[in-house]
Design a protein around this ligand. Structure first.
Ligand code: HEM
Ligand code: HEM
Length: 532
């Protein structure tokens, strides 16, 4: 019998058919691959968070192979001579071992730490993008709430992470955590004993924090990120207003090949930047801080940047101790427990608070520019200013030392600043938004300033204004785009984006999932025009 020759070209198709016969994947895979997403640089911020989280998982797994989460005392006998013979915990010893003896250990440790900082920074900026563009409005309130929970978890995951190497710095942080827990009225002492397994520092805290850090919190983070990104798919991504974009469609590019290739490249870029930072810039040199000893607090002990606001709140709060029902409540309770509680819970309710005032119950798929909603923008700027004042105050000892300022003066500047700066910030931001709106209206009525000055026959100087583009082929004028001024001429560069024709065509998808390639050259320009 003649054997049929095997044709390699048919292999992918055959494998695909076999898989589809069993798992019925073709239809959902096609749906996913052809899904249309809008394009804008600010939508990359969530992705930076996602990619740095993946780097954290990878580098963290490597560290977990060598780190020993034990507080058993040992005598150091490693290669770092200045600490030779010193008593220290196994946790600290194993972190020194990772840094000096494990191949590539230091680079991975530093990558893990830099990735953690990038992760939280990306989260803050992503949250800011979502807030200032009004992306949290109906129907995306659930994703805003999940996002807030993700932020709280990320904050504690970082705190747990830098608490486990048991060096001088992490022990100082733990001491503060112990004090804060004990300050809680009624349950403080019990909560402390339950957490630390007795008096501070005890012998179990590093082991417990380790389990939370490598298992519980990353597990919850992973599950919630899955739901979060899944919801972005299910509810469709919001888009900036612009020609051709409505509340009922999405104008953008397909998942495959556009976003798959773009995201793949972007992931490698984020990975490369973290690797470069881990390789070139020192971070958390625990061998300089020494093993933790309860009696030693080094000066200039600084937590990671995202914890500084808490430290600042504690430093700024006056030493007021109230006695309530016969119980003395330590001063630290108010800024640390109540202050942090407010900072973490109020944002969760923000979409509903705003809706109460605006009575806006509509669905929103088009975003707002910060100036379009001056009150929200001013509130956001005010909160940012509180974060900055408390963060600077969290480092006030270092600033006082470096710039030769009195520490008391720094504390008082912070106390006055936390009352005055937010008020000024609110007012100034509100005015700037109104000013920008006014400017938009001027452009709409007089056209764009060209910078060309002319002189008329009477000797009067005037600036030449370029009129706005005529209504597009759908009959839309700039005024209809929610106050968006889209001067077509200024955005020609954006029109170059769909450079490879055909495959990379911009697509419009409506709410029923119907897709339409944007064919006419004018349309392409419009997609570019929206890409501010
Ligand atoms: C959002 C996720 C994470 C954040 C923000 C984070 C943050 C941190 C930070 C700041 C440190 C201190 C690093 C240093 O010594 O300079 C640390 C240590 C550590 N992390 Fe993570 N981490 C995360 C996820 C993970 C995961 C998923 C694992 C393991 C599967 C892990 C394993 C470890 C280990 C073993 C250490 C101790 C070793 C050391 O300090 O060098 N981490 N983490
Ligand atoms: C681990 C943390 C997080 C990850 C990995 C993540 C990832 C993402 C990604 C990839 C997107 C789509 C692209 C984009 O718009 O940037 C997105 C959208 C979104 N995120 Fe996050 N995010 C995180 C945390 C947060 C936080 C802290 C908030 C707010 C409190 C938030 C609220 C939202 C909302 C409302 C959307 C929908 C935006 C829209 O359709 O315009 N996320 N997130």
């Amino acid at each position: 019998m003649k054997r049929r020759k095997f044709d390699m070209k048919q292999l992918p198709g055959k494998v695909g058919n076999e898989l589809d016969d069993r798992f019925k994947l073709a239809s959902p895979a096609r749906k996913l691959m052809t899904k249309v997403f809008p394009d804008h640089w600010s939508f990359l911020l969530g992705e930076i968070a996602l990619f740095s989280f993946i780097v954290l998982l990878l580098t963290g797994t490597f560290l977990a192979l060598f780190f020993e989460p034990s507080m058993v005392e040992v005598k150091y006998d490693g290669v770092y001579t200045p600490l030779k013979g010193m008593e220290m915990s196994k946790a600290y010893e194993s972190t020194l071992h990772i840094s000096f003896e494990v191949r590539g250990g230091l680079v991975i440790r530093q990558m893990h730490h830099w990735a953690a900082l990038l992760f939280v920074a990306a989260l803050l900026v992503h949250m800011g993008r979502v807030f200032f563009s009004g992306a949290f409005r109906k129907p995306r309130e659930t994703n805003w709430i999940i996002g807030c929970v993700l932020f709280i978890l990320a904050f504690f995951e970082g705190l747990l992470g830098y608490s486990i190497p048991d060096d001088g710095l992490s022990g100082t942080g733990l001491r503060i955590m112990s004090g804060i827990t004990e300050s809680i009225p009624l349950i403080g002492t019990w909560a402390h004993n339950a957490l630390f397994g007795g008096e501070y520092p005890g012998e179990v805290i590093v082991t417990r924090f380790y389990i939370l850090h490598v298992l519980l919190v990353p597990g919850i983070l992973l599950a919630l990120i899955g739901i979060h990104v899944g919801l972005v798919f299910a509810q469709k991504h919001s888009q900036w207003p612009g020609p051709g974009r409505t509340e009922h469609n999405v104008v953008g590019f397909r998942m495959f090949p556009n976003y798959v290739s773009k995201q793949g490249g972007f992931f490698m870029l984020v990975f490369a930047v973290i690797a470069l930072m881990g390789g070139l810039f020192q971070i958390n040199p625990i061998w300089l801080f020494g093993p933790y000893e309860a009696s030693v607090v080094s000066s200039a002990s600084q937590p990671d940047f995202y914890v500084l606001f808490l430290e600042g709140l504690v430093r700024l709060f006056p030493a007021w101790e109230f006695t309530i029902f016969g119980y003395m409540v330590p001063a630290v309770f108010w800024p640390a427990v109540i202050g942090m509680g407010v900072a973490f819970t109020v944002p969760i309710f923000y979409p509903f608070i705003e809706r109460r005032f605006t009575k806006d119950k509509a669905h929103h798929n088009l975003l707002e520019r910060p100036r379009d909603n001056p009150t929200r923008t001013a509130v956001g700027a005010m909160v940012t200013s509180i974060f900055l004042v408390t963060t600077i105050s969290g480092a006030n000892d270092v600033i006082a030392d470096q710039f030769n300022i009195s520490l008391n003066a720094m504390t008082w500047a912070g106390r006055i600043g936390i009352v005055v700066v937010p008020v000024i910030t609110y007012y100034v931001t509100h005015r700037i938004c109104l000013g920008l709106q006014q400017h938009d209206r001027e452009v709409l009525s007089h056209g764009i300033e060209t910078g060309i000055l002319r002189r008329d026959a009477n000797g009067r100087f005037y600036e030449v204004h370029q009129p706005l583009a005529a209504p597009d082929e759908h009959g839309h004028t700039e005024l209809e785009y929610n106050g968006w001024v889209v001067p077509k001429k200024m955005n020609r560069v954006g029109a170059l984006a769909p450079a490879v024709k055909g495959f990379f065509k911009p697509i419009e998808e409506d709410t029923n999932g119907e897709k339409r390639a944007i064919e006419s050259s004018d349309d392409k320009k419009e997609v570019g025009a929206g890409r501010h």
